[in-house]
Design a protein around this ligand. Structure first.
Ligand SMILES: [Zn+2]
Length: 155
């Protein structure tokens, strides 16, 4: 393989360079005479494809906290409720509460939300990803002291 511009032998892969509208295969030093077209090896193409899938757009699904079983049990006991009573409040069987508290079952999002409301606890954690538009409440939105404290606490 020889460079189509200078005629020198090219070791390795020639560069595809567009010079005055026509594509040439050139050596490294002649590439500067035109616009280099990206040559991707199959390996690189794979990486590019992977990268584009890196951040799929999906609805944010909150995670249930890891110690949900303790949180539920402790709060229930603190409020003097039996598993049956808590079950009645959230319209679930006592066996469901039992399985949650012994961590044999993880709550669904809707069940976790019911428990959060009933016991005034936090079972779902939002992701820590902060969006830049988070504090944009309106066109002329300004940060209040409350917002600043919130930001400080976050960090
Ligand atoms: Zn050359």
């Amino acid at each position: 393989m020889e460079c189509e511009v200078c005629g020198k032998p090219i070791f390795g892969r020639p560069l595809r360079v567009v010079i005055e509208g026509s594509e040439m295969k050139t050596c490294n030093s002649c590439a500067k005479f035109g616009e280099v077209r990206e040559i991707q090896s199959p390996q690189q193409q794979k990486q590019v494809r992977k990268r584009s899938y890196h951040k799929p757009k999906q609805e944010h699904i909150p995670d249930v906290v890891g110690d949900y079983n303790d949180v539920i049990r402790k709060t229930r006991e603190k409020n003097g409720l039996t598993q049956e009573e808590l079950g009645l409040i959230i319209n679930e069987k006592a066996s469901v509460i039992n399985r949650l508290e012994s961590k044999r079952m993880s709550p669904s999002i809707s069940l976790a939300k019911k428990l959060e409301r009933a016991l005034e606890i936090k079972l779902l954690e939002e992701s820590e990803e902060s969006s830049p538009g988070e504090f944009k409440k309106g066109e002329n939105a300004e940060l209040t002291i409350g917002d600043i404290i919130k930001v400080k606490k976050k960090g």
